[in-house]
Design a binder for this molecule. Sequence first.
Ligand SMILES: [Zn+2]
Length: 303
Amino acid sequence: MTRALAAAILVAVFGAPAAAQPQIDWSKLEIETTHLGSGVYLLNWQGGDSLILVEDEGVVLVDTSVAAMGEKIKAAIAKVSDKPIKLVINTHAHADHFGSNELLAKGGATIVAHETLRERMAKGQYLAAFNQTIPPSPPVALPTVTYTDAMVIHFGGETIQLFHPVGAHTDNDTLVHFKRANVIHASGTIGGDGGYPFFDMSSGGSLVGTIAAEEKMLSLSDANTKIVADEGAPASTADLKASRDALVTIRARVQKLIDEGKSVDEAVAAKPTQDLDARWVHQGSFLTGDVATRMAYQSLKGP
Ligand SMILES: [Zn+2]
């Protein structure tokens, strides 16, 4: 998630004072490439990332950022492989995850995603969480291969398992498991840089679904698994387990406050995340303990 989007969340959902939203100069962003093992690389830049799998047959790319990053992503891939980008997987329909689809599809890539992602891209979206209108995507940018629950892709020597967690970061997430490389892309279901995860309720995301997504990833993980959020350095299985535990604790505490009849403001004032915030709130992050509590309350209580 970009910092501009994070700032917009504060304003749109939580009524926070409208801080000046940082404008991102995409032309200045530099992509750092890190080998995670067995041909899987993390392409990382300020506020976002993609994953690639490099095989003799070609390259698989997970997430395509915004349109302004497309040529940069292609250039970063070209430094690692001279093979064509054959397959693109979009993890979810936030605008910074599918923006270069058109460029890559025109270059010959097949685009794969959850069925609901295709519907959202085709129709266009208004995402209240970001106060953002995303126009309908041109047909060429849409996934041509979609699935609903799970799918397996065999590519070169790798087995790529796709799982759809129901109502997690959004309603159209794909968890991408590179089995041989022991790497999972979490879509947005763990927090970038070790923060609390954000679930976009305006896109069908939820606290309970995010916990279930983390449980699913734990079931796929061993001590050496690398779990990639939608920005920042990969998390470890221990980090993932700690995130799941923190969310389960928050769910129980906030549910108790709801059961006691507390309003959302009273629940926030009770500071149910206070002992967790030192680990999960980073300086300057929009996702403070108060925001995490408000999100949990809204998600558990429903509209
Ligand atoms: Zn997202």
